[in-house]
Design a protein around this ligand. Structure first.
Ligand code: ADP
Length: 694
């Protein structure tokens, strides 16, 4: 029999603890000293006091100082905190792993169970229950909730984390919150905490209402906040940072996977344990390439040399694989974490002494001339490079190898340009319109996006008929905004629900498959490619990739005996298909909630008829009207809007075929412009849709 833990907490809290199973209590007690050693711990009272005094707190502190895990726990038992606390994260990995961590620290269950006090909500996965008090959400999910409940009545506080990343969604959230805090729509004020690793405190304080021109000094800010409780408090948590030695390449390199590989082994042979290596790469492709190489070379190491354990970390990685980075380093092993910029500030990996930084990241970039958005590999900014380097010095002095020259560093931008200044704004604007903001040009943006980009987005929404001719949100637009999809995919979905098309379940299958990274495995050798072609032939549809995906989802769903084996036989990613099934279920449920589907509708198992296939493609075309191209006499394809030359991507089932017109999901640029995810459509249809929007 264990002694009950009666220390510290208030009555409600201790009552909860009594019902908690032993293993949860044990974990909580083990983690207590770790919590107390965090740099933020001594500031708990100051943070509580700041929020007693003001409704808004701007909290800055180094990555790993304990902001995301501790602030909700500091606030949850405050007298004003009678309802739930929301904490937003830019990435789903962070939301999920933080929820697990905070539940462990609190000695609570996590998720849907009635006893769980901590939960999370990310796209296509809601793990919250009746008693959720601390809720981690992705920014997109909070925005969705803000549309459903304009006053955020279920929350006492909203903590906006990782503001320095300046995603479009965070900028929207800040604008909405500013209006909400300034307005008088709530009976009880909403407390807002804005947290950041590097924030420009001054501009945030100004933004939230201290409109006198404030100076940079902390003192002035505090004086201002003393005057009025609606004003902003600030707090700074100093992190622990040991010195980190920076080592540059003498000559620039293009092949940073190769350079990183050499450095990993050089460090491994030269440097004593413990000391994990964190490598910053651009994305899944480079991460998997380096992982494979490390594993191959590590096999050839002598027995006396400690082991190397390569651990990938990127957004699309399944959750259980992501959790591996939080497990302790095994005996006589050096971990090499291969990460995207997710590990820059969002996820803190312990044990790291060496950082290898390729100096690049994938960034969303809207190309105004082409009117389209693409992911491009771009040099990072100095501030990102400094963050990356900082990861090597959290627990001891460290080293940072930059895979670029010192001159290369000097040419980097000072700061990363906020996403809102460089990406497609159509989803953001639709969200604003759905929240009743008509005058988007005058919305309180932290950084005003260029007028041209706002106008382009408005035009795109008009093309999708999500807005009416007068610029207000249409009935279709209202429906689209309620789905966690881009306006383009939302449009496809809503079109499929009309009585004329009537193919919603099939379209949900296709959208689900488009929402995961890669359903079909990427094969390297020619031999394997041919084998896969043969095995997948029964799934391929001559109409193109969309119907091929549909047939794949249907066959997989029908497979009752061994889905994993089915995937192996067809060179399909089992992991991706599990995600597809999850998303499919969620979208079906959301369609039932939105009354677009009835509960009794079930997907049919058979491949679609000719007429149905045509209806499905018509829906795709309605959403992707900007991504259409026609065959030219010389055999190339040119987009109907924009007159850009594109070629069908080698991954498409239509690769090498000549059809009169195509519709496609996305442009990819590798040397030239490729259309990926392609279907063949009739030119008259395309012309008809294009004319209808002109
Ligand atoms: P900040 O928000 O200031 O970057 P966090 O609150 O995220 O700091 O992290 C505080 C500490 O908790 C870090 O040392 C981090 O390694 C640890 N931590 C955070 N999440 C997890 C997790 N899921 N598992 C294990 N440790 C974690």
């Amino acid at each position: 029999v264990r002694p009950k833990n009666k220390q510290s907490a208030g009555p409600r809290h201790s009552q909860q603890i009594q019902n908690v199973p032993h293993h949860l209590q044990k974990k909580r007690d083990e983690l207590q000293p770790v919590r107390k050693s965090l740099p933020i711990w001594p500031q708990a009272d100051a943070i509580k006091a700041a929020l007693k005094k003001s409704n808004i707190l701007v909290l800055t502190g180094e990555t790993g100082s304990g902001k995301s895990t501790q602030v909700p726990q500091f606030l949850m038992n405050e007298p004003w905190c009678t309802k739930c606390i929301a904490i937003t994260q830019p990435r789903r990995v962070a939301a999920i792993s933080l929820a697990h961590r905070v539940a462990d620290e609190m000695g609570s269950f996590m998720g849907k169970s009635p006893a769980a006090r901590v939960g999370y909500s990310v796209r296509f996965d809601n793990a919250t229950g009746r008693d959720t008090k601390v809720k981690f959400l992705t920014e997109g999910m909070l925005l969705q909730e803000m549309l459903r409940d304009r006053t955020m009545s279920q929350y006492s506080a909203v903590v906006v984390d990782e503001v320095h990343e300046r995603s479009v969604n965070v900028d929207l959230i800040l604008g909405f919150l500013r209006n909400l805090v300034a307005g008088k729509t709530r009976t009880v004020p909403l407390k807002v905490v804005v947290m950041s690793a590097t924030a420009d405190v001054e501009s945030l304080v100004k933004f939230f209402g201290n409109d006198q021109s404030s100076s940079n000094s902390e003192q002035t800010l505090n004086k201002l906040t003393d005057q009025d409780t609606s004003m902003v408090s600030t707090c700074y948590v100093e992190g622990r940072q040991y010195p980190v030695k920076t080592i540059y390449l003498p000559q620039p390199t293009q092949d940073w996977v190769e350079s990183a590989l050499k450095l990993v082994f050089q460090i491994h042979y030269k440097e004593p344990l413990p000391g994990d290596v964190l490598v910053f790469l651009t994305g899944q492709d480079t991460i998997e390439a380096l992982e494979k190489l490390i594993n191959e070379y590590a096999e050839g190491m002598d027995k006396e040399v400690p082991k190397l354990l390569a651990l990938p970390l990127f957004a699309a990685l399944p959750q259980h694989a992501q959790q591996r980075i939080f497990q302790p380093t095994p005996y006589r092993t050096r971990r090499v974490i291969l990460a995207t910029n997710i590990a820059e500030t969002s996820v803190t990996v312990s044990g790291v002494r060496f950082v290898i930084d390729c100096g690049k990241s994938k960034m969303k970039q809207f190309r105004n001339r082409l009117g389209l958005e693409s992911l491009l590999v771009k040099p990072i900014s100095k501030s990102a490079a400094i963050q990356r380097r900082g990861r090597a010095g959290r627990e001891a002095p460290g080293q940072c190898y930059r895979l670029y020259t010192e001159d290369g560093y000097k040419t980097m931008e000072e700061r990363t340009i906020p996403e809102i200044l460089r990406c497609d704004l159509s989803q953001a604007i639709l969200t604003m319109k759905a929240r009743g903001i008509d005058d988007v040009l005058n919305f309180p943006f932290l950084d005003q996006p260029p007028r041209e980009a706002l106008e382009k987005a408005l035009l795109q929404l008009l093309h999708l008929q999500a807005l009416t001719d007068t610029g207000s949100i249409s009935e279709a637009g209202e429906k689209i905004a309620k789905f966690p999809l881009t306006p383009t995919l939302g449009r496809v979905l809503v079109e499929a629900a009309t009585s004329e098309r009537d193919c919603l379940l099939d379209v949900i299958d296709i959208i689900s498959a488009l929402s995961v990274e890669n359903v079909f495995l990427n094969l390297v050798t020619e031999e394997r490619k041919e084998e896969a072609e043969e095995a997948r032939r029964e799934l391929y549809r001559r109409e193109g990739d969309h119907l091929t995906l549909l047939v794949t989802v249907k066959r997989y769903a029908q497979e009752q005996t061994d889905r994993k084996a089915w995937c192996e036989r067809h060179f399909v990613s089992h992991r991706a298909m599990q995600n597809v099934m999850n998303i499919r279920k969620q979208l079906q449920q959301q369609c039932v909630q939105q009354k677009l589907l009835s509960k009794d509708d079930v997907p049919s198992g058979s491949a679609p008829s000719e007429t149905r296939s045509q209806a499905i493609l018509a829906c795709i075309l309605r959403g992707f009207v900007s991504n259409t191209a026609r065959l030219m006499p010389d055999g190339s394809y040119k987009t109907l809007l924009g007159n850009q030359t594109v070629a069908i991507h080698p991954s498409s089932v239509l690769f090498g075929r000549k059809v009169e017109a195509i519709v496609f999901n996305e442009f990819v640029f590798t040397g030239k412009a490729w259309a990926r995810g392609v279907s063949a459509v009739q030119l008259d249809w395309v012309s008809e849709v294009v004319e209808s929007i002109m």
